[in-house]
Design a protein around this ligand. Sequence first.
Ligand code: PLP
Length: 380
Amino acid sequence: MKVYLDNAATTPIAEEVLQAMLPFMKERFGNASSLHAWGREARDGIEKARETIAKKLNVSPNEVIFTSGGTESNNFALKGIAFANKDKGKHIITQKTEHACVLQTCKWLESIGFEVTYLDVDKYGMVSPESVVNAIRKDTILVSIMHANNEIGTIQPIEEIAKICKEREVYFHTDACQSFTKEPLDAEKIGVDLITVSSHKIYGPKGVGALIVREDVKITPLMHGGGHEFGKRSGTENVHGIVGFGKAAEIAKEEHVKHMKKLRDLLIKRVLEEIPNVKLNGHPEKRLCNNANFSFLGIEGEALLMRLDARGIACSTGSACSSRKLEPSHVLRAIGLKPEEAHGSLRLTVGRQNTEEEINYAVDVLKEEVEALRKLSGLV
Ligand SMILES: Cc1ncc(COP(=O)(O)O)c(C=O)c1O
């Protein structure tokens, strides 16, 4: 049996999404800026997708700016606000478990003279709204706090944070790549100024996403050129990608969330009950419907991942070695895991395509492999 449990990394393209995209790669290949019939067809495809995504987040269609994905949207939000508002200040607030594309953009902004505060999180990966209040200065121009974490699934109190920012006239950006279509996010109600979303996390194609920029937000484009996307992001639009993204957002349903939650709960319950010396990372309740992240004591996460892979199960680990050294991820460090807990971490993220049978199979294999590795290491 093959079981894909790495749905936070990416998801398969849904059949309906593929079918919606195909005509835009064949007969409807026009450039959406062209005035003729081919161009108008492509334009219609884009605008339909824009309306769908706008509706999901309760914003106006002209506040949806299509980009090449979450990474670009986060770069655009942070650099775009920093450049456009430097007369007001040079201080940005974020937190330590953000995705690398937020943290690295902040580091780069620091290198050119901006100042960034990286807030701590608690043991569940949660930012306290008070810490945001305390960090805001007279020259703060932006607070960027993700909606839900990609590694441990913790959902941040963005409603409270948005309110704090609004009261102090500071822009608030949230990276909603992982939570979009899984958690409710009403931009109007909450008062978020900028939202990042990505298509390939929601059964759409890779290389497309959007940044929601509310109408009154002052932002400098990253891409200059022909003035596409309301002058905010130049470049001939990725029409089939955008159409696919729109379709993916359209077909996302509440019942998918319920299904994922049921599978996630089964996975967590069985692992915690049936495998000794294991700990759940992230918040016990305020967590994404598809995320389970465990630390298996006495085990190297990467070794476990490879053994699961050999048996047809895909997942990921937070101890990824981007360098030669096995360095625990910045997220696991930020929540204060001991080195042995961080090294034994494994992330399993379910998707709407998974079944109960697959989860049960994955837990059965996980039990065997954890036991085998512990016997080998002799540590537990
Ligand atoms: C929270 C979060 N932000 C940003 C990104 C980057 O998105 P993309 O892969 O579309 O560039 C990801 C995806 O890995 C993510 O999980």
